[in-house]
Write a protein that binds this ligand. Structure first.
Ligand code: HT9
Ligand code: FE2
Length: 361
């Protein structure tokens, strides 16, 4: 094992999972919503989004390509550790992947989540699912979760370039008057208030990414585009307040103010998940068309080489920390690099405490 990755002997990509056939859609939705307060109407609606794509979510294929790209990046950089992939909600399930890793003799794996920000849904729930899977596999390797990477240059820089490319794709006549519309997954206000070690981390982290992209776009174009942080994919009962405005309402508000063009920048998603291909490319684009608003969607980080290299950088960084060193940590913007180990109560579960790995509780 090269000293660079010691004490780790594997990387585990931990993702959400998605259905791949029409008959998988309902069982997948049952997995996701078990014990959650989501109205049946919403489940029917979300099932229809998947049906529109032949019952196949894009997320698993995105992860297959990402795993292949990370493996290739490791090989070209002399990093000799295997890369595994497991999901919270669909095959390959985390427990099955941990069983395979155990059989392969893995003793300690670094976990990279396909979620860049802090919240119960994007952080602690992954850690709870890791704890469940770990408890179900005797002799499973020790797992350490790599820090939240919303402000790693390997994530932010591809988003900057994607924003510039989407702006360039707008018609010349309206480009200068365009607004930048940063989009992420809505969550309940209470979940945002409980996110991170002191609360509000979810919105605060997104705002810092938005500010950084705005600054860099201004440097590149010489123009400060007006912008907003908006939300998609709200669910849950209407009486529970979630983060707003919804992206479609925001596009209507822009149109009402005579704004002729917008760029949608899905900073909340690391690749083209269902939220991106349905909520943005299908639904929000239809809203924009209806309004006569010129609209382009910026690409997600996906397998941009800088995002792929970020996996290696975070692995080497954490390995150095575990060996007792204090390595430099790549970061952009005004928020310091996120913690390696979540504090007690960080991103609290709204339904009460449950066992979770990779934290001090
Ligand atoms: C913050 C956040 C992320 C980003 C972080 C991350 O990436 O993890 C995310 C990602 C995703 N969410 C996904 C799918 C779903 N999320 C749901 C429900 C919910 N998400 C929530 C939050 C988030 N979700 C919340 C607060 C709920 C309500 C229920 C609850 O309190 O937990 C439901 C139930 C139906 C509905 O209500 O929409 C589905 C089907 C997929 C797969 C997409 C694909 O197939 O490509 C992905 C990547
Ligand atoms: Fe979700």
């Amino acid at each position: 094992m090269p000293p660079g990755v010691d004490p780790f002997d594997a990387l585990l990509l931990v993702s959400f999972g998605g259905p791949e056939r029409p008959e998988d859609v309902v069982p997948f939705l049952r997995n996701v919503t078990a014990g959650k307060d989501i109205p049946d109407e919403r489940l029917v609606e979300v099932g229809a989004h998947y049906d529109l794509f032949g019952g196949r979510s894009p997320i698993n294929d995105q992860n297959r390509v990402l795993v292949a790209a990370v493996r290739e990046d490791f090989v070209s950089n002399g990093i000799d550790v295997p890369v595994y992939w497991g999901n919270r909600n669909w095959d390959p399930y985390l427990a099955d992947t941990l069983a395979k890793m155990t059989a392969d003799g893995v003793t300690r794996a670094a976990c990279l989540l396909t979620s860049a920000y802090s919240s119960y849904s994007g952080c602690r729930q992954y850690r709870e699912n890791l704890a469940d899977a770990h408890a179900s596999v005797p002799g499973a390797p020790r797992l350490d979760r790599l820090r939240a990477y919303f402000n790693h240059p390997g994530f932010v820089e591809p988003n900057v370039d994607a924003t510039l490319a989407a702006l360039a794709a707008l018609p010349d006549a309206v480009r200068r008057e365009a607004h930048l519309v940063f989009v992420t997954h809505s969550i309940p206000l209470g979940m945002n208030a409980a996110s991170g070690p002191i609360g509000d981390a979810y919105v605060h982290q997104h705002r810092s990414v938005m500010d950084e992209i705005n600054d860099r776009v201004r440097e590149e174009t010489g123009h400060r585009y007006p912008s907003a942080l908006v939300y998609c994919s709200r669910s849950g009962p209407p009486a529970v307040p979630w983060l707003e405005p919804d992206v479609n309402d925001h596009l209507r508000a822009l149109h009402a103010r005579d704004v002729p063009a917008a760029v949608l920048i899905p900073i909340g998603f690391v690749s083209d998940h269902m939220e991106v291909v349905y909520d943005l490319d299908t639904e929000a684009m239809a809203t924009a068309r209806e309004l006569g608003l010129a609209c382009e969607r910026a690409a997600t980080a996906g397998v941009d080489p800088r995002f792929v290299a970020m996996a290696r950088d975070l692995l080497l960084e954490r390995a150095a920390v575990e060996r007792g060193a204090d390595p430099p940590r790549a970061v952009v913007g005004t928020i310091p690099p996120a913690w390696d180990v979540c504090a007690a109560g960080c991103c609290a579960n709204p339904r009460g405490p449950r066992p979770a790995l990779c934290g001090s509780d």
